[in-house]
Design a binder for this molecule. Sequence first.
Ligand SMILES: Cc1cc2nc3c(=O)[nH]c(=O)nc-3n(C[C@H](O)[C@H](O)[C@H](O)COP(=O)(O)O)c2cc1C
Length: 358
Amino acid sequence: MPNINETLRAIRDDFRRISNLKLILDRFNIDLSFSYLNLDLKCPILIAPGPLTQSLSRIKKAADAGYGGVVLKSVVGEDQHGNASMKMLRKRSTFARWVYDDEGNPIFHWNGGLDLRDLREYLKFAREVFRFGRERDFPVIPSFLCHLPKSLDEEWRVEEWEYTTRILVESASIYYGDLPVIMEIDFCPFLKRERLAVDREVVLRWYREAPKLVKEASSNVQVVPKLLNLDFGLDFQMEMIRAARNGGADGIVIANRFFRKYTAKDTGETYFTAHGGMELRLINQRQIREARRITDMPISATGGTYSGRHIIEYLNLGAQNVQVLTYVMKRGFKEAFEDLIFNPKDGFIKLILEGEIG
Ligand SMILES: Cc1cc2nc3c(=O)[nH]c(=O)nc-3n(C[C@H](O)[C@H](O)[C@H](O)COP(=O)(O)O)c2cc1C
């Protein structure tokens, strides 16, 4: 009988030849499956929306490295005349810095926003990526945000949601064919910077009504809102999930970074930023545990993933997959993958072979 380290090496060698983790695990009689809603994945790690999913060349690198798929950088939607009420979120970053959490994990601070391109420009990119996804059988999930009312009385600009959903579904069907197109809604942490995500009832309305608008715009779409991390406590986080489920969401991403005042450890300088790291992972794991008690809605986990152990933790809590960004930004596609999956101490495969999953 080969020991765990020999099996790990054999799996890794096989992976070098055919970069399909699922297929290799099957060959070693390890019966695990990963998915995003009904879409099967070859690997449980997706690249989360951000700078790594804004260009075809980077997305090719993600596929070559062996990741399970990508969620594209979120785009600001428009109506058919090009009006985009959320265009203030097309904001170029004027500040960027790396900080470290108490475990020594890197966290990227910046003050940018969603994709800078207008919808027309973005669609040229998206179509190329969907074509690549089809050629390589590599899942590509778009993410977007359209008008959000600022009060309970303000009407939705439905045309923005309708037009953007339709045009994205049309483009994405290059990859999806007849399957329903999976789309994330990015309720972005910088909504707080815009003083938008501050009223609980208004936020609940977004989660309840936005999925409905998307589904009314196309019969061939599955919608997955990304949960905001707000300051109103765990019960409110669950209320947002319930609202999304009641609004017809097909799944939920738990959860985006939290917006906070940060004090730099070395200089004492303070600034507002979206934050992540270990703190984010711990609060997100708590939310996933709680969410599992109230709903069986599919969950995609994100936040503070820096090792195979973190991936196993998220999957064991009931997530279908794990979306990673910061660690891959810091280490690069290949190196991060190698470490997350094949690290001989706490890589995903090593922990599976030790029976840590399930
Ligand atoms: C630079 C940067 C850009 C991001 N852009 C988006 C975005 O456009 N849409 C979105 O849903 N999340 C965005 N995020 C959040 C990430 O997708 C991810 O969920 C979050 O950073 C937590 O995962 P991580 O700790 O592995 O980075 C961004 C995060 C960073 C750091």
